[in-house]
Design a protein around this ligand. Structure first.
Ligand SMILES: Cc1ncc(COP(=O)(O)O)c(C=O)c1O
Length: 401
């Protein structure tokens, strides 16, 4: 059975140290920054005695790279780091959606329970259903679970915090329900990367990330990640990935390694910034006084974010180290939502999230299913007071329209 070099190592260091050092054992050269490997193919040993031919369909231990669709020095390095940071065995894919596709292919469930969340995952599931006949049921509809006979070997897929609002979904509760039926639980933790949430501690069987977001962190690479604690699953998914062919390219992998070095710094800053901005908008709109509050109330209906789920005790337990840096501002009308991004100077009007630069998106631009007054905000690493002042200026401009 195939194994990779990236076996998980439980090094006794904290997240920030592991981000920089988890791959030290792979240093083969004197370079401090990892070298860039672009080769798709790698020479076999010059010693004929060391040549182990492939068995029919069986991959022997991959002690050295052979072909980059199997593994490469760069994918091994990034998977070594991710395995440490995410506390399991990690595999990387060419995008978040290809990781979800790999997950569905591997588990091949007859029924999948899934909530709202990122519409792209529904697209992948629909493709999978076309081929396999698998049924999709609502994550929160017990009667639908019963009717579809969701049970052993099926999948409960939980996105938390959820796209686009950044509100938390109770993973522990869903894990308990799923366990009783023998179903597996995958958690799409894209909106709460380390150090914000630890899905394995909450009972997840598989963690998924769109690494395009916070793991990449600079809006310049596509990446997907699956992590499991089950070595057998990891080995099988490694082999399946060879045939799915959805691996990261060498340059993207290298960029991702560069990004992971600063993961904790970026994410904590982004999370803190978002919490402060959400609190400021919420207070301004609900009980603020003066002309700033009046302007905000004229244009903003409400703000949504996990930090505002204060009546649910489990939210803080699920996100002990901070909330995700994405939230939603619901405007009072479609035209206000469509116009606000054009009044901001420090937010790019663009889709996606997780980068060092703040983004805002009139969500109707890319998701037909959401209300047309919704703006999704992804907070970057800028100074939060500059972001606040920019936002206030935009509210004031809109209030005069
Ligand atoms: C929660 C979530 N999961 C998965 C994806 C898909 O990731 P990718 O764009 O890397 O395929 C996204 C993309 O926005 C997302 O927000």
């Amino acid at each position: 059975m195939a194994t990779n070099e990236n076996a998980r190592q439980d090094l006794p260091y904290s997240l920030s140290t592991l981000s920089v050092h988890a791959d030290d054992s792979l240093n083969r050269h004197t370079d401090v920054a990892p070298p860039i490997h672009l080769s798709t193919t790698f020479r076999y040993s010059d010693d004929p005695e060391l040549l182990v031919p492939i068995n029919d369909g069986e991959f022997g231990p991959l002690t050295a790279p052979v072909y980059s669709r199997l593994s490469s020095p760069t994918s091994t390095r990034i998977e070594t780091i991710l395995s440490s940071l995410l506390h399991g065995h990690a595999l990387t894919y060419s995008s978040g959606l290809s990781a979800f596709h790999a997950l569905l292919t591997f588990l091949n469930p007859k029924v999948v329970a899934i909530g709202g969340g990122y519409h792209g995952c529904h697209g992948v599931l629909d493709l999978h259903s076309k081929l396999s006949g698998c049924k999709k049921v609502d994550l929160f509809d017990d009667a639908a679970w019963d009717e579809a006979k969701l049970g052993k070997g099926d999948l409960v897929h939980v996105e938390s915090p959820i796209n686009p609002t950044g509100e938390a979904v109770n993973i522990v509760e869903l894990v308990e329900k799923s366990r009783k039926r023998g179903a597996y639980v995958s958690v799409d933790a894209t909106f709460a990367p380390p150090p914000l949430m630890e899905p394995f501690k909450l009972g997840a069987d598989i963690i998924m990330h769109s690494g395009t977001k916070y793991l990449g962190g600079h809006s310049d690479l596509l990446c997907g990640v699956l992590v499991t604690k089950n070595t057998e699953w990891w080995e099988k998914m490694f082999v399946e990935r060879i045939f799915l062919g959805s691996v990261m390219g060498g340059l993207e992998g290298w960029l991702a390694i560069r990004s992971l070095r600063t993961l904790e710094l970026r994410v904590l800053r982004q999370s803190g910034n978002a919490e402060k901005l959400v609190r400021w908008i919420h207070d301004l709109v609900t009980n603020g006084e003066g002309s700033d509050a009046e302007a905000a109330r004229k244009v903003v209906a409400e703000v949504k974010h996990a930090s505002l789920q204060t009546d649910q005790k489990w939210v803080k337990e699920q996100l002990p180290n901070g909330f995700g840096p994405v939230f939603v501002i619901s405007m009072k009308s479609r035209v206000l939502a469509r116009t606000l991004p054009s009044k901001l100077r420090l937010f790019h009007h663009a889709t996606s999230l997780g980068g060092v630069e703040s983004l805002i998106e009139w969500r109707k631009m890319s998701d037909a299913t959401v209300d047309d007054r919704v703006l999704r905000v992804s907070i970057g690493v800028e100074n939060w007071e500059d972001l606040r002042d920019d936002m206030l200026y935009a509210f004031q401009q809109l209030a005069t329209l």
